[in-house]
Ligand binder design. Structure first.
Ligand SMILES: [Zn+2]
Length: 509
């Protein structure tokens, strides 16, 4: 098996080890998602500490066999764990994702970056790399990076201790120096007391409810609301309120530690008092800005990945396998399965890369091949599972619903990310919208109608996949994350009808 590995962190895009580690030790603390001859059986290493790329090569050659996989900074993996919480990271799913995107070959010029390949998710690692075209098929290190930007990239996304030290200092000062917050409260009380309650109904609400209302507001609106309303001004703000400043989408949503402490995922007591953490975060942004900027950059990169991992974990939990649903057929990566059918298909696909040996750089890989046969009755509805991912949407799977509760799934079924198209007619095919990386959008065709279009279609190739008669079988290829080939046929004469692919779960939530 060819060596196929990223030497650049697959999450933040920065090198792992190398000369950069001399001044930034966090870049040599790594986790490795690795697989050997069986590409479906990945393992994650314990924490590694590697100083130079030569040692990484030695590690990869351990046991005399090349190993493939990806390296991730420990700190970046930690941020990914934070973002996935409470769902644990499923390493098999993460491995499949990592195998679904090619390794870009960066043109490296900058002395702080070592020469190696970076995983091309379809983004430029928040300004670190530029794509030579709109699809970021090839990434190169952005020229014109300012010293401040470089500092953001080389700073650890998890605090080096300065943030926590300030929390300790402020906690120590707090009992003897509570004047500041008291003065602020007095100020708000004075203003509020001087006028009639602007919203009398607030006075009738219990304090817990008032706090809940304040928890949902951005901080500046909280200040305004407390100035405008006596009831809100007098409302005691508990830890629940201060933790809400760190909730997803809130002011400091990229610093979830106060929540994680409450949920007992981290034990660092310094995050126990969310009010103190908030005041530190707010008080001295300038000197902490590199940590904040680095954390925010990695957090934004990690969010779509964390959402995808959570959705796919549920697919795996429901079906007992990380693989896509449908009748399993042979692919280059699963050669022992049932061989190709003899039917004629009308199909559309991404830029398929069908070699196991060549390094994978562009397009997509048809790792899994799956098919389903359809009964002759009308299709009541089709559920289309869609994954938003870094500026685009990928179609990941389909569910065909029939009257009587029968459901036939194909691909990755993402509950909560499924749009259900009502059909109530016999299926004649699809209109597919494809790009290099796979199927981004589709609509369903009946004899004389087309359904609404779902997914992302702008800039993608539109192909009409219509079977001459009623569609009797659908076939699709998938990589570890999305549909990369879709075909329909009206011919079932040579196809085995397989009952195992039929599910009965008709629920969409
Ligand atoms: Zn990283």
């Amino acid at each position: 098996m060819a060596l196929d590995i990223t030497l650049v962190c697959s999450i933040c895009g920065m090198p792992t080890g190398g000369s950069l580690a001399d001044h930034n030790p966090w870049v040599r603390d790594l986790r490795a998602v690795l697989y050997g001859d069986d590409w479906l059986q990945a393992t994650i290493s314990e924490n590694l500490v590697l100083n130079a790329s030569e040692q990484i090569h030695e590690f990869l050659l351990s046991g005399g066999h090349y190993i493939s996989g990806s390296l991730i900074h420990n700190k970046c993996y930690e941020v990914l764990e934070f973002a996935c919480h409470p769902t644990p990271i499923n390493v098999q799913i993460l491995n499949l994702f990592l195998q679904s995107f090619g390794l870009a070959i960066p043109n490296l010029v900058d002395s702080i970056f070592i020469t190696s390949s970076v995983l091309n998710w379809g983004h430029g690692y928040a300004g670190l790399y530029q794509g030579s075209d709109t699809q970021f098929r090839r990434l190169k290190v952005s020229h014109n990076l300012s010293p401040t930007q470089i500092r953001t990239f080389v700073d650890s996304p998890c605090s080096d201790g300065e943030f926590e030290s300030r929390i300790i200092r402020l906690s120590a000062e707090e009992p003897t120096n509570p004047r500041k917050s008291e003065n602020t409260n007095k100020y708000i009380h004075t203003i509020s007391d001087s006028r009639e309650e602007s919203c009398p109904v607030l006075e009738t609400l219990p304090e817990e409810l008032l706090e809940m209302i304040l928890s949902l507001l951005p901080t500046e609106d909280v200040v305004h609301a407390r100035i405008a309303s006596r009831a809100l001004a007098l409302c005691h703000l508990s830890q629940n309120f201060w933790r809400s400043r760190f909730a997803v989408g809130a002011e400091f949503g990229y610093i979830p530690e106060p929540w994680l402490y409450k949920e007992k995922l981290i034990q660092d007591r310094r995050y126990a008092d969310a009010q103190v953490v908030y005041r530190v975060a707010k008080s001295d942004r300038r000197s902490l800005s590199f940590f904040f900027n680095s954390r925010r950059r990695v957090w934004d990169l990690v969010q779509p990945l964390a959402n995808a991992l959570t959705s796919f974990s549920r697919h795996a939990e429901t079906w007992g396998s990380v693989e896509p649903r449908g009748h399993r057929m042979a692919s280059l990566w699963q050669p022992r399965l049932e061989k190709e059918d003899k039917m004629t298909w009308v199909y559309a696909h991404g830029d398929l890369h069908e070699s196991r040996e060549e390094p994978f750089h562009e397009g997509c890989r048809p790792l899994f091949k799956r098919s389903i046969s359809l009964p002759s009755q009308p299709v009541a509805a089709i559920g289309v599972s869609m994954l938003p991912f870094h500026g685009t949407t990928y179609i990941t799977g389909l569910r065909f619903f029939f009257d009587g509760g029968r459901v036939i799934p194909l691909g990755y079924i993402l509950y909560g990310r499924e749009i259900k198209l009502d059909i109530q007619e016999r299926l004649h095919g699809f209109t597919a919208y494809t790009g290099d990386r796979g199927v981004h959008g589709l609509s369903v065709l009946t004899n004389d109608l087309a359904s609404d279009v779902v997914g992302d279609i702008v800039g993608f190739t539109q192909t009409c996949l219509k079977s001459k008669k009623v569609t009797r079988a659908v076939k699709a290829c998938f990589d570890g994350m999305k549909m990369v080939w879709l075909g329909v046929t009206d011919d079932v004469a040579t196809m085995q009808v397989v009952a195992s692919s039929v599910g009965t779960d008709g629920k969409v939530d």
